[in-house]
Design a binder for this molecule. Structure first.
Ligand code: G4P
Length: 548
């Protein structure tokens, strides 16, 4: 018996497993995966809701909003759990619009701002930045934009709340350019503001979209007047039109014309003005997202770049969320598909564990219905139920040894020292923190010179979650205390001796190792950090590190 099958048999096998290349290419081309970045209260929830309304994914305004108000309640354990359930459901919203499949990833803001927020941005192909036009660029927007910059993510900008008294539009653009260091290309320009907000002028189409206080309806149409010189406009609001003409001239002279290449390179952002609550300017932003934002792009997988249209399935986990039932330690791992077609029930390889797993139950995220989805393509997010054997940064494939890169850990901004009330529980504490650390719920640092473990987080809610979960899942009653640490930096150097000297020096009192055994310096102040850096020029101090 020949040990190689006949060519006919090979063809047959290939036929049953082969996914037509054109099908994959078509599905990839119509996908857009993005996240909204904004400072709390800029209007992210409102805008999300309007986007879903447009797509027909939800019929009623208030749906998303209701979820959000649930999220703002108290922070005791049950509440956090409940909120988590809610946020699992709303953390990815998939909808169709104009024959495109749009995946909108929620970047939690507010009090539950955490490392998740950052990591979600590693799974998107573009981002929509929402700015409250009365306030301008705010703190959390700056942080989130810096994360986008790490991967040169293309950014669209929406200046929201033009129905209120806002800051001068030119000044807003200036601020974005100088603070966020990204070129602005206004695409629409506001006519008036607040009570005198008349609409926006589309600079590329020479059209005026007339403002009307919005309804909750998805199919709302705003009247369009063609041409800035249209006599109708001067009749309707003579003062504002004169002003607009002046401004447009200024804008044409002083700002940058929209340049698709620069946008895709992440160096220029097209800017739209509008009012989310009035549904005004929202369709323009959605259309821009479909027309300009990139479909899924190739991803670095260490050994090679993986292109979205290749037939074998691959993807990586960027977020892990504890599920509703703490008794079962159920978790959902959020996986971004990077290539091929995922089919429910298929076998995939968990590359870190070198183990094949059969994925029979997956969670997907159609905003309109919570059906089990049968297939997914590059750009889509699938939720894998996970009993603790998946970590952030884990890669999956149909067998090839890939390791997707670019999942960052960020230097924490908040620190706590952990003590336990019952010293006999020390083992459980370490086990719990190890697992929670792997899951990315918190960062754990062990000082070289003994002492208590130090926890680091980018949002304080992370500590509450960890305390509750230690108690509920590991039976450890831990006390968190403030520390004198103000920031952390990971240390690297080619000079082994310098590293050892550093650890033995007086600075060594502030040296610790994280869960993945990377050396870190825990600084007590900005000045302390600066001085230490100056004293140790052989060492590099990193504010981020990549998943190993
Ligand atoms: P967030 O998710 O970014 O935190 O913001 P969210 O959408 O919740 O909006 C924050 C507040 O801003 C809300 O008011 C919302 O109604 C309001 N808002 C959003 N878009 C616009 C807009 O275009 N114009 C105006 N004038 N307001 C806008 P709130 O009073 O906090 O909540 P609510 O009582 O309206 O629910």
């Amino acid at each position: 018996v020949p040990d190689t099958p006949s060519t006919e048999a090979v063809d047959n096998i290939a036929d049953t497993r082969k996914v037509p290349a054109e099908l994959i290419a078509r599905e990839v081309a119509r996908r857009r995966t993005f996240g909204i970045i904004s400072h709390p209260d800029a209007g992210k929830t409102t805008l999300t809701e309007k986007l879903l309304l447009f797509s027909g994914a939800i019929q009623l305004a208030g749906t998303v909003k209701a979820r959000k108000s649930g999220r703002h309640a108290t922070s005791d354990w049950m509440e956090i759990e409940k909120q988590r359930g809610i946020s699992v459901a709303s953390s990815v919203m998939q909808f169709e619009y104009r024959d495109h499949v749009v995946n909108l990833l929620d970047t939690p803001g507010h009090q539950d701002f955490s490392e998740d927020t950052y990591r979600v941005l590693t799974a998107v192909d573009s981002a929509l930045m929402v700015i409250d036009a009365a306030k301008g660029v705010e703190e959390q927007t700056i942080k989130l934009l810096n994360v986008c910059r790490m991967r040169a993510t293309p950014i669209l900008t929406f200046m929201n709340k033009m129905d209120r008294e806002t800051r001068d539009p030119l000044e807003l653009l200036d601020e974005v350019e100088s603070v966020l260091k990204i070129q602005c290309a206004p695409v629409t320009w506001p006519i008036g503001m607040g009570k005198n907000f008349r609409g926006v002028y589309h600079l590329l189409r020479d059209e005026i979209l007339l403002f009307k206080a919005g309804s909750e309806r998805a199919d709302q149409e705003f009247e369009v007047v063609k041409g800035i010189d249209n006599p109708r406009l001067s009749e309707m609001f003579p003062l504002e039109i004169e002003q607009l003409k002046m401004e447009v001239e200024l804008v044409h002279g002083a700002s940058h014309p929209f340049d698709l290449e620069a946008f895709l390179a992440g160096t220029q952002t097209p800017v739209f003005f509008g009012s989310a609550i009035n549904n005004f300017g929202v369709r323009e932003i959605l259309n821009a997202l479909l027309d300009w934002a990139p479909a899924p792009r190739p991803r670095d997988a260490s050994v090679r770049a993986v292109t979205p249209v290749e037939a074998p399935f691959s993807g990586f986990v960027f977020k892990i969320q504890a599920n509703m039932d703490p008794a079962h330690r159920d978790r959902i791992a959020f996986l971004r598909v990077c290539s091929g077609r995922f089919e429910r029930g298929m076998k995939v390889k968990h590359l870190r564990l070198n183990r094949e797993i059969k994925v029979s139950s997956v969670v997907t995220f159609m905003a309109s219905s919570r059906e089990q989805v049968e297939e997914a393509f590059a750009g889509d997010i699938i939720g894998l139920p996970n009993h603790g054997n998946m970590q952030i940064g884990d890669s999956f494939s149909e067998g090839e040894q890939l390791q997707f890169t670019g999942i960052p850990y960020f230097a924490p901004d908040f620190f706590r020292m952990v003590r336990i009330r019952n010293p006999l529980k020390i083992k459980q504490l370490h086990k719990g923190l190890q697992q929670l650390g792997e899951e990315g719920a918190v960062q754990v640092f062990k000082p070289v010179h003994g002492g208590d473990l130090i926890l680091g987080a980018v949002g304080v809610l992370q500590f509450e979650v960890v305390a509750s979960r230690l108690l509920n899942e590991y039976g450890v009653d831990a006390v968190f205390e403030g520390t004198s640490i103000s920031s952390a930096r990971w240390i690297s150097s080619d000079d082994k001796k310098a590293l050892a000297d550093f650890e033995r020096s007086s600075a060594g009192a502030n040296v610790a190792y994280d869960a993945a055994n990377n050396m870190a310096y825990l600084a007590t102040s900005g000045v302390n950090l600066k001085l230490t850096q100056e004293r140790w020029p052989q060492l590099t101090f990193h504010a981020t590190r990549e998943h190993a």
